[in-house]
Write a new protein. Structure first.
Length: 421
């Protein structure tokens, strides 16, 4: 069924105007498996959107579905706040043994609520509590969530305007290569040194290693290392927001591993449950665990069905290095195809950038990306735009996509680019 203005549907008459994705993809979907979605009229679409990164392992992975159904069928606890449950224990043990220990991390695990913005809010609150300072530095084109604290460290003017109140205690700095004469952190450090700069000593710096919503802007490993060193020298906590780029999206489980840094605080959500179920984590060094019991809480911080699928995800995809190696190989395949698209359309200023299986296709004409995504949808491919002016075609295919599925999607994208030239 196609949703049109001529039809009076419950979506049109009852649902808020705030909805967005359904406007670009005006279909009623009812079935999903692997890399594909099907609408109620039987049309099948290849999904290179993957729930904005919440479906790294595709739709309804059979082994995760089986674990979830078994748990529900035996009346496992579904809602438990922060009570101890077998499902939580199984997840924590798997996360400790398969993620933290192999990477030499001793971070504590906090369940702040079900979404990425909950994880960010907890990280900001903790940093301010530990350092007894208010300011948090973020970066141009950053996106960290839609609640007020997360919006204060988000760059997008449209999203910030939705707050309706002043967004305070956040200071933006240039992201890697934001300025043509990139000088690293010379400006930032000068502000820290100068008692007349007006910059209060920050409690923390929050950064995405790859800015997905901001336009698939990739920070260099050396830039991230320099940032970590700056934070160490100036006694600021380093928060890495890995909500979209974590859980293997760039290859390794954490996106910062390539740079060889160890953040003080890490936020995870989206694909941490593996099944698209709401779940978020805030991780932090043990010495930062200064919370009083109940000082930060939430009714749905203990989503036990998500713990079940998250544990199954770790045991299935992260018991060895297979997922990382496969993602990097698929990333090389995607990069080669995008490089060729950019080469063929160099006269229109086409370019590409990304890491692992997070890629962006850019054009000199800022409206081109929207037209490409619309045409791709007509051809049976779901991709979205990103960037402050929706000027980037963003690709987030499932990490489990086969080489043939990836090739099919990239060929469809190439056709959409050709037909919007």
């Amino acid at each position: 069924m196609t949703i049109t203005e001529a039809e009076t549907s419950v979506f049109d008459t009852l649902e808020s105007e705030v909805r967005s994705y359904c406007r670009g993809w005006p279909r009623v979907f009812e079935y999903a498996h692997g890399c594909r979605l099907q609408d109620e009229d039987g049309h099948v679409y290849l999904d290179f959107f993957a729930g904005a990164g919440a479906l790294n392992y595709g739709h309804n992975p059979p082994v995760l579905k089986r674990a979830l159904l078994d748990y529900l069928e035996r009346d496992g606890v579904t809602h438990g706040l922060d009570m101890s449950t077998t499902a939580k224990r199984d997840f924590l043990e798997a996360f400790r043994d398969l993620v933290l220990r192999p990477r030499g991390l001793d971070h504590k695990v906090m369940f702040p609520g079900p979404t990425g913005t909950n994880a960010v809010e907890a990280a900001l609150k903790l940093a301010r509590k530990v350092k007894r300072r208010e300011t948090v530095v973020s970066f141009t084109n950053a996106f960290h969530g839609m609640s007020l604290g997360a919006l204060a460290v988000t760059g997008n003017a449209f999203k910030r305007a939705g707050a309706g109140v002043p967004l305070v205690h956040g200071v933006p700095m240039p992201f890697d290569r934001y300025l043509d004469d990139d000088q690293g952190f010379a400006w930032f450090e000068r502000l820290l040194e100068d008692r007349g700069s007006g910059l209060n000593r920050p409690a923390a710096v929050i950064v995405e290693t790859v800015q997905g919503e901001g336009g698939v802007n990739v920070a260099r490993a050396e830039w991230l290392r320099a940032l970590a060193e700056l934070c160490r020298r100036w006694d600021m906590l380093l928060i890495v927001d890995d909500v979209q780029m974590g859980c293997g999206r760039t290859g390794a489980f954490f996106s910062f591993e390539e740079a060889g840094i160890t953040p003080d605080v890490i936020t995870l959500s989206k694909s941490v449950s593996g099944y698209g179920m709401p779940m978020a984590l805030t991780l932090f060094r043990p010495e930062l665990d200064v919370w009083e019991p109940g000082e930060h809480n939430g009714t749905f911080r203990g989503n036990n069905p998500a713990f079940v699928t998250a544990a199954a995800t770790l045991n299935t995809y992260w018991a060895d290095s297979g997922t990382e190696k496969q993602t990097l190989a698929r990333g090389e395949q995607a990069e080669a195809a995008l490089r060729e698209i950019a080469r063929e359309h160099r006269r229109s200023g086409a370019g590409h950038r990304g890491r692992g299986l997070a890629w962006g296709l850019t054009f000199a004409d800022t409206g081109r990306a929207t037209r490409v995504c619309a045409r791709a949808f007509e051809l049976g491919l779901l991709v979205e735009t990103s960037g402050p002016e929706n000027e980037v075609v963003k690709l987030l295919p499932p990490l489990t996509a086969t080489p043939d599925e990836l090739d099919e999607g990239l060929r469809t994208l190439a056709r959409a680019v050709d037909e919007t030239a």
